[in-house]
Design a protein around this ligand. Structure first.
Ligand SMILES: Cc1ncc(COP(=O)(O)O)c(C=O)c1O
Length: 374
């Protein structure tokens, strides 16, 4: 056995012992929240397709037409030949939708976060990241070489104290947070946070991956990034910002410059989804309303977004609860460390406009029975 093989096997054994090994399970997804795994027909509460648009016939038709007309791939970096006209059209639409001056489309949300932060701050600078920031925000922060300080989750006093202590020693400062936190579903206190940021001349990057199309009202940060892969049902990422910032990142964001442009069909699907999202406000209002129905039925704190955590604690227990729900026809994947902090393994319930009230009630009743709160 090679040392590489020995290494991998030992690591896997460690993961198994802690119930933290992850495996890929083939899953088919369909309309109305349906999913199929291991031959079982399930209702999925684990998709980020919050508006049910990934299977909308209009979105599919837009992607199909772009695919047939323009081909499957972009053929190069956006700075070479991969900047299909659908991409600037999508950027204009995204900027308008978010009420921001300009936008820049990346290959994914992960790539956006990996590229934005290092293009704006470096070794002489300071990053203050909310403790529950998504992995790709941390990845961008680390790559930048800036000093990274962890801020207690949604704690404005901690943010102010850390800025007081560290800001003076650094050239530029960047705050990283999320409009809706991906694993907890709660929201950042943005108006007050932006005031503090301004007082310390710190820039703020808000990750809006789970807000767009679901929780939209409110203030805008100078840097608003997000993804096309959740409520827009497609694939890709974006940043909305001032034109100058977009122009700078077009030259300096390595995850834009040195990677292939988004395929035209993904851009066409996202464009169509944005159009539908704007034309159908009742659809956009549904995920939050259904999530609140779910939390009310279970006596949980009122949902702030389409994401509701059902905290379990131990990884094994979260896996067991997920398996028990799967046996009853619900797909609710267990989320374990390091995606969430140790001891907070959970089921992450993601509600979609495509779910029915009856499906949401049935899941709540199954959770209440299988996981009575102690
Ligand atoms: C908060 C947050 N930011 C960024 C991303 C990455 O987006 P994408 O899936 O487009 O890479 C995700 C998705 O997992 C997310 O939850």
């Amino acid at each position: 056995m090679s040392s590489l093989d020995t290494f991998a096997r030992q690591k896997l054994a460690d993961l198994d012992a802690a119930a933290l090994r992850r495996t890929l399970r083939p899953t088919l997804r369909g309309a109305n929240g349906r999913a199929w795994r291991d031959g079982q027909d399930l209702i999925s509460f684990s998709c980020n397709d919050y508006l049910g648009l990934s299977n909308d016939p209009r979105v599919i038709a837009a992607a199909q037409e772009a695919l047939a007309t323009y081909g499957a791939g972009a053929g190069g970096s956006r700075l070479v030949t991969g900047n299909h006209p659908l991409l600037p059209a999508l950027e204009a639409r995204l900027a308008r939708h978010k009420g921001m001056p300009a936008a820049l489309v990346f290959g994914s949300g992960y790539l956006a976060n990996l590229g934005i932060t290092p293009a704006l701050v470096g070794p002489r600078d300071l990053i203050l990241a909310d403790a529950l920031s998504h992995s790709c925000l941390w990845a961008g922060a680390r790559v930048s070489g800036a000093e990274v300080v962890r801020v207690r989750h949604n704690d404005l006093d901690d943010l102010r104290a850390l800025l007081d202590r560290h800001r003076g020693r650094h050239r530029r400062a960047l705050i990283l947070t999320e409009r809706v936190f991906s694993m907890d579903g709660d929201r950042a206190p943005l108006p007050a946070l932006l005031e503090i940021a301004e007082a310390f001349d710190a820039w703020t990057l808000v990750d809006d991956a789970h807000g767009l199309g679901v929780v939209e009202a409110g203030c805008r940060a100078p840097l608003e990034m997000g993804t096309l892969s959740k409520s827009l049902g497609s694939y890709g990422g974006y940043l909305c910002a001032a034109q100058s910032v977009v122009d700078l990142l077009t030259s300096r964001a390595r995850s834009l410059v040195y990677t292939t442009g988004l395929p035209p069909a993904s851009a066409a699907a996202a464009l169509k989804a944005l159009e539908i999202l704007e034309a159908e406000p009742a659809r956009a209002a549904r995920p939050l309303a259904l999530a609140r129905r779910f939390t009310a039925r279970l006596g949980l704190p009122e949902a702030e977004s389409a994401v509701v955590p059902v905290l379990v604690g131990a990884a094994e227990a979260a896996l067991a609860l997920s398996a028990a729900l799967e046996a009853r026809g619900f797909l609710v994947v267990a989320i374990r460390p390091p995606t969430v902090p140790a001891g907070t393994a959970r089921l992450r319930v993601a509600v979609s406009a495509a779910h029915t009230e009856a499906q949401v009630d049935a899941l709540a009743d199954a959770v209440a029975e299988l996981h009575p709160r102690r």
